[in-house]
Design a protein around this ligand. Sequence first.
Ligand code: SAM
Length: 194
Amino acid sequence: MAYPQGIRAYFRRSSLLRSNLYVLDAGCGTGVVTLALREALLSRGFQPGLVQGFDLTPKMLDKFRETLRTQAIEGVNIVQADALQLDTLAEGWNNFDLIVSAAMMEYLPQERLVEALSGLRLRLNKTGSLLLFITRQNWLMRLLVGHWWGANLYQATELEESLRLAGFTTIEFETFPFPYQHLSLWGHIVEAKQ
Ligand SMILES: C[S@@+](CC[C@H](N)C(=O)[O-])C[C@H]1O[C@@H](n2cnc3c(N)ncnc32)[C@H](O)[C@@H]1O
């Protein structure tokens, strides 16, 4: 699907990027998003800032740590944590300029989506943005992701309502750039501010 490349292409033209961004990668997994963001920052001549990441699954974190080690990447801290229990995160994991969450929120119980979004919003600074990549509800994704992976699939209207209930006021839907438009069949990209 060229998912990592699509995410990197998105970051390459994103107006959210600048030097020394303080970033949280929520549900970082093996680091696809953090690494794509870093590459985009460097390719645009920006200085990467500190990235904090968390994920529920230790094996994903181990793989991410190994990548950080072999590529000698510094300035990325990752810990095990649950998106539904953000109070376990260390002091200082707040006031983020950018919170990114990709392909994670769909695995939370649907009835707790607003709570999770709200928890992330509280960790943004006043002008910070939440960038969400999340599986779309359509027949193809119902077959591929909903059925096999047990993910919740969302329509744009449901996401917008959840983000508003979570306290976000500016909500914009974006698309994957050329030549990765096919990824829009998979997921929504939403940029939200409080
Ligand atoms: C499909 S992977 C996506 C990983 C990464 N963000 C990416 O885009 O490649 C989903 C990730 O969400 C994590 N996850 C699921 N539920 C979570 C929760 N409640 N809190 C934190 N992470 C969670 C899983 O452990 C897994 O690493």
